[in-house]
Design a protein around this ligand. Sequence first.
Ligand code: GDP
Length: 328
Amino acid sequence: MRKRLSLSAYADGIRSGNRVILSQAITLVESMLAADQELASQLVQEVLPLTGNSLRIGITGVPGVGKSTFIEAFGKLLLDQGKKVAVLAVDPSSQLTKGSILGDKTRMEALAADKRAFIRPSPSGHTLGGVSARTREAMLLCEAAGFDVILIETVGVGQSETAVKNMVDFFLLLMLAGAGDELQGIKKGIMEMADGLVIHKADGDNLDLANKAKTNYRNALHLFPQSGKNWSPKVILASSLTGLGLEKVWDLIKEYERKMKDSCFWETNRAEQRINWLEDQIQDLLGQAFLRNEKVSEYLQEGKPKVKSGELHPGVLAQQLINLFLTR
Ligand code: GDP
């Protein structure tokens, strides 16, 4: 069995920026064991005063758009600016494939090898709610360990974007020019969430197309005014191969930070995110306690075949299970 450290050993290690201990602490956070989860929560509480000072950036886009390559190139630029960079992932597909984005670290070799960077693949085997709760805790631990930019990668195909949007300050969408449909299967809702849009792989023969796409996307973004903050999302051409546009992306994020801090949106948004987290956490813990309950799980196993065959209404079984849980 994996060895656990004491609360103070984890906390001291994190405070001193020890990456090995940070890694072990994130493993603790990802554990499904109730005792580990309790210790993990205590640990996050313990280092809470050291958190909150980083810039949290969500990065999304369909598979193949070049997210890993972008994060590697952009991450290096941030290191050159004197920043310490942590990369985390929220991967809804990991449940199915048991794989994970960022799993293939060779794609981010240079970044992974640098002591000022920390790369952590997405935990697998959890629900999306579970993954995002754990990613949030991992993010706080990284902040406490002194990382000042946190990049959170997700695949632009589903609900995980909302989860990531709910934990970051700035949400960046990567897209390609000329890949058929201008919106490339990226759902309108995801474009609505973007604070910045990158037309990626703007190099070689693709540059002309990218320039044309820029106008289209800029027009499309005008259709999605962002509520609650005075910000219109910008479109930037970028290439992770040539480095085009990477500095512009960073300038845009810094401009956003400045403006949102001036208007107090920054803190209001984070406060809302914390409440959102609380609600997610309650659901997650409640769900786990529910399934751990022996009477509930026995009754569930018995009832499932009847629901499967269509003989029993799922709503009735769910209600019976809840009653059983509440009267234990
Ligand atoms: P992900 O699935 O979104 O993480 O995409 P990857 O980072 O794995 O990149 C997918 C493919 O696009 C790889 O073959 C990369 O070499 C290529 N690629 C990534 N960035 C660029 C770029 O800026 N320009 C060009 N031309 N190709 C790129």
